[in-house]
Design a protein around this ligand. Structure first.
Ligand code: AMP
Ligand code: MG
Length: 531
């Protein structure tokens, strides 16, 4: 396997789009440009904590004991390879529903775009590599805890089958970073880290929005033409029609992405328009969380605890709202609201279709009969929300439910496969148990009608209902150890999450529901944006 020096940089973004003419790395409003050239800030002692070998392979790289130090130097931001052309992107965004003006890559620095041996274009981006013109009042750095969370979750999402940006590496910098984790006047030093993210494109809705907001129409057109040609080449040459077709495709891929989030119980936490990828990839893992007990109103983000704008159950609506903002930004190019409205409509129909398929798969039903599934489904969600029930364990348990034979069973044996999903089994009322048993009986009948044998149904369900997800408390346990200098749990968590649907002997602790101590602990149930 060739080494780092063989990375073939193509740098289409910086070669093809207008650059900031000011070369000094000072914080400012950058006008008329898609990006600013800026170099990573060197760090004291970069050390490779973990890497994703699948992402390395994607780049035709292999990390070996011999090249590990070089790897840490390059992906910690200390050494530039020939033909790298580092830059930070200019973008704006709506934060929590309000237009926030210029945001930009405040702590992300793209090292450049490469083309791999299979002809795929991939951009390498360091997160936490120092200030850029877009850093506003912040330091451009990232701490270890948030970098572990980003690294682990990006890869977990990929292995779960959810569209996402990838993470190549996690490097500690050997430097300390000051953070006020809860914005409560108690800042403390934490270890600094850099994650190298990888994606075919890091362009966000906000990249288009900033030009529309500033009435920089030439730049808006240049960026859109570039995006069409490079990220949507199958749509044809830029025209009003292909701009609209691109928007339509973004609506569809975003719908598919959000349906996957709902399938696995992922809550993004900060669905601002600057955190929405033009390729429908999950991007920017900050105060995200995983549903443990099923609760559609839950948000992990303490900054959002009042309005709960980005709660689990609101994600489909919020994505649509965000797409509307992108549609507004593209309107000057399309010149007609109708095709954009059709795109938004296709989001709605696409999401509905994906969601129907998703829930049928989660329930192991092959013959889709919406008339019959619909009453089964809302009642299930209501039952899961009524008593603390672990979403992940419930669906794995349901895969073991016996439906094939026999007359309706007694409630106790009906509930046995899902008993483990209750957080406080002793507190679950007999009334709730009876209701759930009633639901399970109807589910049995529906499955029998569907005609899939139990073994086959269970196998199929276990391919869409994960057993291992990066539960908030699991990430926090790995963080606790890592902050004390022991990275073994980060690596082990990554290893388990590589096969989230396969029961792994000896890894039971990674499938366990949230322990009581994690209920209120910072990082486990509540996260701030401080990272
Ligand atoms: P986020 O909420 O993480 O998507 O960040 C919103 C904006 O703040 C983006 O423009 C980020 O680049 C920027 N930002 C977040 N944290 C930092 C930081 N520590 N230093 C500089 N910019 C940051
Ligand atoms: Mg962001």
């Amino acid at each position: 396997m060739p080494g780092l020096e063989s990375l073939a940089f193509t740098n289409r973004f910086t070669r093809g789009l207008p650059a900031d003419t000011e070369e000094l790395n000072t914080r400012r409003q950058v006008r008329g440009a898609c990006f600013s050239r800026v170099k990573p800030t060197p760090v004291a002692r970069p050390e490779l904590v973990a890497h994703a070998r699948e992402v390395a392979e994607l780049l035709d790289l292999e990390v070996t004991p011999e090249n590990e130090n070089d790897f840490a130097e390059v992906f910690g931001g200390n050494r530039l390879l020939p033909n790298m052309d580092p830059f930070a992107m200019c973008y704006g965004g709506h934060q929590f529903g309000n237009w926030a003006g210029q945001l930009g890559d405040g702590r992300a620095i793209n090292l450049g775009e490469v083309v791999n041996s299979r002809g795929q274009h991939l951009t390498l981006q360091l997160k936490g590599a120092g200030p850029t013109p877009y850093s506003r009042t912040a330091d451009g750095l990232a701490v270890l805890r948030s970098s572990i969370r980003e690294f682990i979750c990006s890869e977990a999402m990929h292995h779960l089958g959810v569209p996402t940006t990838r993470a190549l590496s996690l490097v500690v910098t050997g430097e300390r970073v000051m953070r006020d984790m809860f914005y409560d006047g108690n800042p403390a030093y934490e270890p600094g880290a850099v994650v190298c993210r990888v994606a075919p494109s890091f362009t966000r809705f906000g990249n288009f929005q900033i030009f529309a907001a500033r009435q920089e129409m030439d730049q808006l057109r240049q960026l859109t033409d570039f995006t069409l040609r490079n990220d949507f080449p199958h749509l044809g040459e830029p025209s009003r029609e292909t701009y609209a077709a691109m928007f339509d495709e973004v609506c569809r891929t975003t719908a598919a992405m959000v349906a996957h989030w709902m399938r696995v119980g992922f809550v993004h936490g900060v669905m601002n328009t600057d955190n929405m990828s033009i390729l429908g990839l999950t991007i920017d893992y900050g105060p995200y969380g995983w549903l443990e007990n099923y609760d559609p109103d839950w948000t992990p983000n303490t900054t959002d605890s009042q309005g709960r704008r980005y709660r689990f159950g609101a994600q489909p609506q919020i994505a649509l709202w965000n797409l509307l903002q992108l549609g507004n930004a593209l309107f000057p190019l399309v010149g007609d609201a109708n095709p954009l409205q059709r795109g938004l409509d296709s989001y709605a129909s696409c999401f509905q279709e994906e969601q129907r398929r998703m829930i049928a798969n989660k329930l192991g039903l092959t013959r889709r009969d919406t008339e019959q599934d619909e009453p089964l489904v809302p009642e299930l969600w209501a039952l899961l929300a009524a008593e603390e029930t672990d979403m992940t364990l419930f669906f794995r348990g349901l895969a073991d439910a016996r439906c094939e034979t026999g007359s309706p069973e007694d409630p106790m044996s009906l509930l046995a496969p899902i008993e483990n999903a209750f957080y406080q089994p002793e507190k679950v009322s007999s009334e709730h148990r009876a209701q759930l048993a009633g639901w399970l009986r109807r589910y049995q009948l529906r499955v029998r009608e569907d005609g899939t044998p139990d073994a086959l149904r269970g196998m199929r369900m276990n391919l869409v209902n994960p057993l291992y997800v990066p539960r908030n408390y699991l990430a926090q346990l790995a963080i606790d150890k890592a902050e004390a200098g022991d990275y073994s749990q980060v690596r082990e968590l990554l290893a388990v999450l590589r096969q989230p649907y396969t029961c792994q002997a000896g890894k039971e602790e990674f499938a366990a529901k949230r322990p009581d101590w994690a209920r209120q602990r910072a990082g486990c149930s509540m996260l701030s944006c401080s990272s």
